[in-house]
Design a protein around this ligand. Structure first.
Ligand code: DQA
Length: 147
């Protein structure tokens, strides 16, 4: 099983960016932790972070060619604006789970709407960086049920 974890704009700054909202774990630390979970789940995990909408669209579009079975995605600010990422997720026959570190429903009004969640099988929001781990476990369970 192969799962890709995609992070959108400004998430390379995790650990330094508004730690009161996004916590103190760095992206590198989070990725190491997810690799451990991947080993436990016997799942290969790859990582992709970009500040560019087009690059995120491209990596989603390559997922079938790259034999990716599941996508975990935090589209960050593009969550609230990107028809292109929504369409990319809908264009590939690969299940996706959306993750938000903060609870987008408790924050500013403009963050409450997700353009991308309707193209996902589910969403985890507000559980901190642990949300990625729960998403990984949920995706592994989902993929197992399908085989
Ligand atoms: C975020 C929430 C978004 O509203 C914000 O633009 C982000 C991070 C989160 O993980 O909580 O960059 O996706």
């Amino acid at each position: 099983m192969k799962i890709i974890v995609i992070n959108g704009p400004n998430l390379q700054l995790l650990g330094k960016r508004k730690p009161e909202v996004y916590g103190s774990e760095t992206l590198e630390g989070l990725q190491k932790r997810l690799e451990d979970v991947g080993r436990e789940l016997k799942t290969k995990i790859s990582f992709f972070q970009s500040n560019s909408e087009g690059e995120i669209v491209d990596i989603i579009g390559s997922s079938v060619k790259n034999e990716v079975d599941g996508i975990i995605i935090n589209p960050a600010a593009y969550t609230h604006t990107s028809v292109a990422i929504h369409d990319a997720l809908e264009s590939v026959d690969v299940p996706a789970i959306e993750v938000h570190i903060s609870n987008i429903h408790r924050r500013e009004e403009f963050r409450r709407k997700s353009m991308t969640a309707p193209a996902c099988i589910g969403q985890i929001s507000g559980l901190g960086t642990d949300g990625y781990e729960w998403a990984l476990r949920a995706m592994a369970g989902h993929l197992k049920k399908q085989t």
